[in-house]
Design a binder for this molecule. Sequence first.
Ligand code: SF4
Length: 76
Amino acid sequence: MLCENIKGCLFYNDKMDIDSALGKMYKRKYCEGDKTICARYIVASRIGRENVPANLYPNMHERAKKILEERGLSLD
Ligand code: SF4
């Protein structure tokens, strides 16, 4: 299912530097597949889209975990 954050998402709108084949793969896997495992989506849904770092890629789960932990939240 399409991620509802597609509009305005820096990753989906090609505002983040990434190899185009890898970018396509990530879009299929996360944005058009399972948004709930996207690091950007996870951070946005817990603490707001304005708090998603501009350079956080969908596969950066460890970093998403740290961002949430800094605010006393967990990934689960
Ligand atoms: S799945 Fe992640 S990268 Fe894709 S549009 Fe949603 S928030 Fe952006």
